[in-house]
Design a protein around this ligand. Structure first.
Ligand code: NAG
Length: 265
């Protein structure tokens, strides 16, 4: 029999702490995040939730509103032309962009997926911005044409932007409508491209907003992937009138290379 002793208590505490630390660092892997994102793309293709492992506290949010998933776009089958996912192992979240251009109702969708703690084996939140015909600059075929030509490959180690820089650029971009100085706090690549809905601006550092609105863009949710040099921010575009929105930015060599926006109007 083990007698109670303060050292046993301390040892026990250390073991518990070490076990939980180990599971924290081991569980939220890139592979786990991307597998969950893949299961989401498959579910969207089928319009069926069967293949998704949803947590007990699962929430579906579409266009910034909690929605019954059965009435959401995820419950309609879509032929997916393009999908691309990034993974944020720090926040334990992923971002997926998908384009469905050929159906009777085309879509360009940006989705962040979140998990309970670091457990990627089930999905706690599917948070979707789903733009379709009638939304801001919407033309899925044209968007697909631009985005198919882009390179979102892995950035070699040593050349990756820091998490802080990606967060800073994501925020500064969304601050341009309210802060006249925000645009100049970002380094714009000379050959960068901005695809807003289906509208292309090249180089992307031209024609930028410089303040003017008093309402900061709110409800910001981030997925940051240093290996791809990307940040996606889902938000409510309050500066121009409460629009559900996704802004995704890729940074190469410290400068903005691509910007994608999906805006529901
Ligand atoms: C999603 O993208 C991956 C990688 O490009 C591809 O292999 C897969 O077939 C795509 N899924 C769908 C449903 O289009």
């Amino acid at each position: 029999m083990i007698q109670f002793h303060p050292l046993n208590a301390i040892f026990g505490f250390l073991v518990v702490t070490m076990v939980s630390l180990t599971s924290v660092t081991a569980a939220c892997t890139r592979e786990g995040l991307l597998a969950a994102a893949e299961s989401y793309v498959a579910a969207q293709t089928n319009g069926k939730l069967d293949g998704l492992k949803l947590a007990d506290n699962f929430i579906y949010q579409q266009d910034n509103k909690k929605t019954d998933v059965k009435s959401g776009v995820l419950s309609q089958p879509l032929k997916v032309d393009l999908n691309r996912s990034t993974a944020d192992t720090t926040a334990c979240a992923s971002y997926t962009m998908l384009i469905s251009s050929s159906g009777s109702k085309p879509y360009v969708i940006g989705t962040q997926i979140r998990h309970n703690g670091d457990d990627t084996s089930s999905i706690a939140l599917i948070d979707t911005i789903a733009a379709t015909t009638g939304d801001l600059f919407f033309n899925a075929k044209q968007t697909l044409g631009y985005i198919q030509k882009e390179n979102w490959g892995t950035i070699p180690e040593g050349q990756r932007p820091s998490r802080d820089l990606l967060k800073k650029y994501g925020d500064a971009y969304l601050d341009m409508w309210t802060d006249a100085k925000a645009a100049d706090s970002i380094q714009w690549g000379s050959d960068c491209e901005r695809v807003e809905g289906s509208r292309l601006t090249k180089p992307c550092g031209g024609q930028l907003p410089r303040g003017g609105s008093l309402k900061p863009n709110g409800m910001r949710r981030y997925v940051i992937d240093e290996t791809i040099g990307s940040v996606d921010v889902l938000c409510q575009f309050d500066s121009l009138g409460n629009m559900p929105d996704s802004h995704e930015i890729r940074v190469e060599n410290g400068k903005v290379k691509y910007v994608h926006t999906i805006t529901v109007q």
